[in-house]
Design a protein around this ligand. Structure first.
Ligand SMILES: *Cc1c(COP(=O)(O)O)cnc(C)c1O
Length: 396
């Protein structure tokens, strides 16, 4: 081992390790991969004129999603945020309720709660999974919650605590089993934001299928894309029917009448997008293999870099490795912006963690527990180029 590695300068060492994997070119954070039947299925859509809300690809995409994830039902919708909105409504979230969720997440998780006129209540994360910490949640609920006639309430605000909404960050499964146990003890429903974790499993079971409802996203930067799109995963058949009904304007089935039995949403996924989704799903197993291979390549490159580590899947879990994640040691956390500047200047797209939800003006008054781990992760986390194609082109 040479001197440069025994006394590494973190910024240069990180740049060098990424370069060793991706080679000497400009690299985005995450690119979609269209290497299968995308053109064929899209052409079929256009030729049939069924490009919009009716068509065989929507049904096929839903059936294939259910089969891949093991959920009894999958309902395709316009995007992952719409999926979350409807999943929360179906879990019983009502105006004025509080929804427990991680402070470290993408804005959509908290926005969906706000769409229900409910209040996000921010919970800390654990470093091991980057997701909501169920043990911290249990301790916290023991001090702030009370159960009255089978319903959990926040003693200080008086509002019902209805749902816990964990999120599997960057594809790494959070500790969903311990979360289910907390939810059971405190009479909470569980809705999983699995937008980032298509293909990630816990004990062999797909993320998003543990709670009463789960949601996926097929935005352009996710593991597979439909352009824009999402899905609700649910086992309960009555809830699945309600999900389909609510997301398709709540129209009563009839040969010609336009009759709607409640205020529904136009959240359905167009056939054109579902066609793209069917082609993408065919490639998902290969994409997951490539993304795991990319993790191994980065792990080898970063093994020699001190003061930084690459986040690996938690024990007993399989991650889809959607976005590869570096964590700087606390001692060099103040170098994060230099790492971001140096890598982006060099054409290697890297990004920091999301700004924690409670720092946004519109969520700053929401209740929260103390968030030491989330705040630490926010200072130290960097996502690095993660496209599946990088593993295919890398010289291993
Ligand atoms: C992508 C994402 C969503 C949903 O995003 P859409 O762009 O609406 O499909 C929700 N939550 C998280 C954590 C996400 O990363």
């Amino acid at each position: 081992m040479n001197a440069a590695f025994s006394h590494p300068e973190p910024v240069a060492a990180i740049l060098q390790a990424i370069r060793a994997v991706v080679g000497p070119r400009q690299v985005p954070l995450h690119e979609p991969c269209f290497a299968g039947n995308e053109w064929v299925y899209l052409k079929e859509c256009l030729d049939s004129t069924f490009v919009s809300s009716v068509g065989k690809f929507v049904d096929r995409f839903e059936a294939e999603l259910a089969s891949f994830t093991g959920a009894r039902h999958a309902i395709a919708v316009a995007n992952g945020t719409a999926a979350l909105h409807v999943a929360l409504l179906l879990a019983g979230v009502r105006p004025g309720d509080e929804v427990l969720m991680p402070a470290l997440t993408f804005a959509a998780t908290a926005n969906a709660v706000a769409y229900c006129s409910a209040v996000p209540h921010f919970v800390d994360c654990e470093q091991r999974t980057l997701g909501l910490d169920p043990h911290a949640l249990r301790d916290y609920l023991q001090s702030i919650a009370e159960i009255r006639s089978g319903q959990c309430f926040n003693r200080s605000t008086g509002r019902p605590l209805r749902v816990v909404l964990p999120m599997h960050a960057f594809g790494h499964p959070m500790d969903i089993e311990a979360t289910l146990a907390v939810a059971r003890d405190f009479h909470l429903q569980v809705v999983e934001d699995a937008a980032e974790s298509l293909g990630s499993t816990v004990g062999g079971r797909h993320t998003g299928t543990f709670g009463s409802l789960g949601t996926l996203s097929f935005n352009g930067n996710k593991t597979i894309t439909t352009g824009g799109g999402g899905a609700i995963l649910v086992n309960d058949s009555a809830l699945a029917k309600r999900a389909k009904h609510l997301t398709t304007t709540a129209k009563m089935p009839h040969r010609w009448e336009y009759r709607h039995d409640e205020v529904g949403f136009n959240y359905r996924l167009p056939n054109l997008n579902a066609a793209l989704g069917c082609a993408q799903l065919e490639q998902l197993p290969g994409l997951l293999r490539s993304k795991r291979r990319l993790f191994e390549l980065y792990a080898a490159a970063f093994a020699r870099v001190s003061q930084v580590h690459l986040v690996a899947e938690p024990a007993n879990c399989s991650s889809n490795y959607w976005l590869q994640t570096l964590l700087l040691d606390e001692a060099v956390a103040d170098r994060r912006d230099q790492v971001l500047a140096a890598t982006n200047d060099a054409g290697l797209m890297t990004r920091p963690a999301w700004t924690l939800m409670h720092r946004m003006a519109h969520f700053s008054a929401c209740p929260r527990m103390s968030l030491p781990v989330s705040e630490s992760l926010e200072r130290r986390l960097i996502n690095i180029p993660s496209s599946a194609q990088l593993a295919q082109s890398a010289s291993a």
